[in-house]
Design a protein around this ligand. Sequence first.
Ligand code: NZQ
Ligand code: ZN
Length: 381
Amino acid sequence: MQFTYSNPTTIFFGQGQIAAIKNAIPADKKVLMIYGGGSIKKNGVYEQTKTALDAHTWLEFSGVEPNPTKETLDKAVAIVKAENIDFILAVGGGSVIDGSKYVAAAAKYDGDGWDIMTRKHTVTDAVPLGAVLTLPATGSESNSGAVITKAETHDKLAFMTPHVHPRFAVMDPDVMKTLPEHQLLNGLVDAWVHTCEQYITRNTNAYVQDAYAEGLLRSLKTLGEQFASRDNDEWRANLMWSANQALNGLIGVGVPQDWATHMLGHEFTALWGVAHARSLAIVQPSLLRNQIEAKREKLEQMGKNVFFLGENATAEATIDAIEAFYHQLGVETHFSEYENTKADAVSAVVKQLDKHGMTALGENGAITLEASEKILESAIQ
Ligand code: NZQ
Ligand code: ZN
């Protein structure tokens, strides 16, 4: 085990915490509030944020779409540059927070912001940012990653840099009350797969990380089982905190990580607009079956410690239990909404993976294009 770990995001968790922004952003900062399609105007979040920013000079930029595009975000970059903005406040879900991270980094660069995504430009500075989370799923509110799409070319790429790690995150579970059912399910599934990506790899006897990951998976499983009776403060708070902890970096320190489900899933979103979490549920069971030998030991451990399968905790039974968990939530584990033939759909994804250099994925680099093709042949029906 060898790692350096720092998570500098101050978390303001609980009801009424949006007011904390007032003191969390230095009084002399000129703020750009960035948000999405307007859900915050219907649930009081915009009003609460506005009140908290009373003493600040601030501007706003709206219209960041789900799976945020560089085309939209570049307009916000221009505002940050022209108005000498020195603090960004992201108010929304993962898309708004990721988009704000791109804006924060691109505003400190003279070239095309997309150079950050293609690694042509290495981020060395960014406008400081904070977040008000409205959809628990991605963990973006306290991590240093962001996923951005170039609509023009159907490229969906990720970047990570500590320079865009949010200074603070407001997490008030009350804001989840207006989330439609499918977005709550997406959040649950995304947090579940984030935990799996850092846990179902090869066994390294990292007792703390394993136990913490299993605790998160059990908590998410319980929230899934309680889904029908989810309309209460406890349920919302548990989902919000679980999703944050699943991808704030802690469970992944010093252990192998996979992320292949995410890389294949991103291509479904880029090609066909499949919602992020849905793309993961489509890929993951097929990927685990394809990689079962490499992951056998951890799958058995998960069967025992998460699904309580006892003597029957085989790797095969654990994958079946994961798939049954998705089905119980009404989440599909196959994809059939392609335009032409199944063969065309499989080859379209493989081509994208090739284009993006995704040719040796997984904790062992064992998911080659050939392996991806096999996984896709099972995931696409
Ligand atoms: O745009 P508005 O009007 O706000 O509506 C949003 C959006 O349509 C709506 N919404 C958000 N909060 C709401 C609400 N509606 C009612 N009440 C509320 N309180 O929900 C819709 C989806 O929002 P979005 O931000 O797109 O969802 P999510 O948080 O799932 O983010 C998905 C994005 O995050 C990326 C994904 O690839 C995708 O682009 N990811 C980011 C990661 C990271 N930074 O670490 C990791 C993840 O694996 C993921 O890849
Ligand atoms: Zn995800």
